[in-house]
Design a protein around this ligand. Structure first.
Ligand code: OGA
Ligand code: MN
Length: 294
């Protein structure tokens, strides 16, 4: 099977064609997809027609799956299996949520620049998001290339950032939105974790910033200074030359490398349009601090 690759930028974001992900995928095609993934960090597969098991089978080509955080929540009945994150604006009855829905407040966090699951000890390597139905306007997803952002920093700055260790917490990003109501069991299930601030990607040898709205501090640095460093690096990383904006079509499957990109969802009228998106998430091999020490 020979897949086709249409780059959007030289080394960031590419469309992939001549592959039907609902059919069996041979090892040649799987390896070509992995190679493209390590290079472009964001791959778009248009016009797919996938059920949950096709979606999971595709994601597993990139590594073992992680269990969705919906399963750590006390209040959420999953509309999907526990390996699929429900990124829709629908409730368990398949109706658009209402304005006071807790799920709605929680998902507002996706509007902040972030990388998936960096608040877990073993963070996500890849996320594969599939659009079943889309908002008629708005509801795009933006991606920032944190490898290019790192490369663009002065060498002396790169050198000072390399040894730094950040702390990440989901409650930090949710608190930014004024959302503090978590039960003790929710907090206990997701304690703050350490991640490196600069990663080296084994497949390409490239270095990358590792940033997210979940970053709550930098070890050994006063918190005001850490907040300023993170705010400045984030502003640098999301400049337009590093950003690809994906305008969804129903049937798009987009997979991204969480180790070297940030993403965020853009606004849409979520009480009006059904936006039914589902995500399968591939876990990394270990915590990023452990990987660096290995
Ligand atoms: C995600 C996410 C943003 C969006 O699925 O991890 O952040 O646009 N999605 O739905
Ligand atoms: Mn996300």
């Amino acid at each position: 099977m020979a897949i086709s690759i249409f780059p959007i930028n030289a080394d960031f974001a590419a469309e992939v064609g001549d592959i039907d992900l609902s059919q069996g995928i041979d090892e040649v095609a799987a390896q070509a997809m992995r190679d493209a993934f390590w290079r472009y960090a964001v791959l778009i597969f248009p016009a797919q027609s996938l059920n949950e098991s096709d979606h999971l089978r595709f994601a597993e080509l990139f590594g073992p799956l992680e269990t969705t955080i919906g399963s750590f929540r006390d209040d959420v009945k999953l509309r999907t299996g526990d390996k699929i994150a429900d990124v829709s604006n629908l409730d368990t009855n398949n109706q658009i949520w209402d304005a006071s829905s807790r799920q709605r407040m929680f998902q507002l966090g996706n509007r902040l620049w972030h990388t998936d699951s960096s608040f877990r000890h073993t963070p996500a390597r890849a996320s594969a998001l599939y659009a079943r139905s889309i908002a008629q306007i708005g509801g795009h997803t933006q991606f920032a290339d944190l490898r290019a952002a790192f490369d663009a920093l002065p060498a002396a700055r790169q050198q000072t950032l390399r040894p730094l260790i950040a702390t990440h917490s989901i409650f930090h990003s949710r608190a930014k939105l004024g959302f503090h109501e978590f039960s003790e069991s929710e907090r206990a299930a997701l304690p703050e974790v350490k991640q490196v601030l600069v990663r080296k990607l084994p497949e390409s040898g490239r270095e990358s910033l590792y940033l997210a709205s979940h970053v709550s501090g930098i070890e050994g640095m006063p918190s005001e200074e850490a907040d300023a460093v993170i705010a400045e690096l984030t502003a640098h990383a999301v400049q337009r030359q590093f950003v690809y904006t994906h305008r969804w079509r129903a049937g798009d499957l987009v997979i991204w490398d969480n180790r070297c990109t940030m993403h965020r969802g853009t606004e849409f009228e979520d009480l009006r349009w059904r936006r039914d998106f589902q995500r399968a998430t591939v876990a990394d091999t270990a915590n990023s601090v452990e990987l660096m020490q290995a």
